[in-house]
Design a protein around this ligand. Structure first.
Ligand SMILES: [Mg+2]
Length: 167
């Protein structure tokens, strides 16, 4: 534990979360004609608990302004550190560059409902701990990926708190 100007820096763990289907109820938004912005029920408390053991960030893809709006409309933005917030058009294009930023920083966890993204990260940087959130349209049709198994699989987010705390 390092002390720095009275602030205790013991958060060596960094967790980057995806938005759609991982923390954000994307089906609700789609089915409401893009009117209803909501997190899954367990997300707010999970992030509060998780922020006690790790620094939190985002790794999300899509329309950049609209992805950001999902965080703003759900009042969740304050949980994520700006330096760890990566909202991009396509993850696969920037994933190596993004991971390179964490080469010498703590222990990195990626949480995503798209197994292909987790597999890509693992292949490039094997020490990344990958957590697959098995919910939503992509997860439900996911076929196994050769030579890749997620480090953990969860169906709702609350289970990632003990998982990450114990790593
Ligand atoms: Mg997603």
């Amino acid at each position: 534990v390092k002390r720095c100007g009275g602030i205790t820096l013991n958060k060596q763990k960094i967790v980057l979360l995806d938005i759609d289907y991982t923390i954000f109820d994307t089906d609700l938004l789609k089915n409401s004609n893009l009117q209803k912005f909501a997190l899954f029920a367990e997300v707010r408390n999970t992030l509060l608990d998780l922020s006690k053991v790790a620094s939190l960030g985002i790794f999300s893809e899509g329309d950049i302004a609209f992805q950001r709006r999902k965080l703003e409309e759900t009042n969740i933005l304050e949980h994520f550190m700006e330096e760890h917030t990566h909202i991009v058009e396509r993850k696969s294009v920037v994933i190596k560059e993004m991971l390179d930023k964490y080469k010498n920083k703590g222990q990195l966890f990626l949480v995503d409902d798209k197994m292909s993204i987790l597999a890509m990260a693992k292949q490039y940087m094997p020490k990344v701990f990958t957590i697959w959130v098995k919910r939503g349209i992509y997860a439900n049709i996911q076929q196994p990926i050769e030579n890749y198994t997620p480090d953990a699989v969860v169906e709702t987010l609350e289970n990632i708190v003990p998982l990450i705390a114990s790593q």
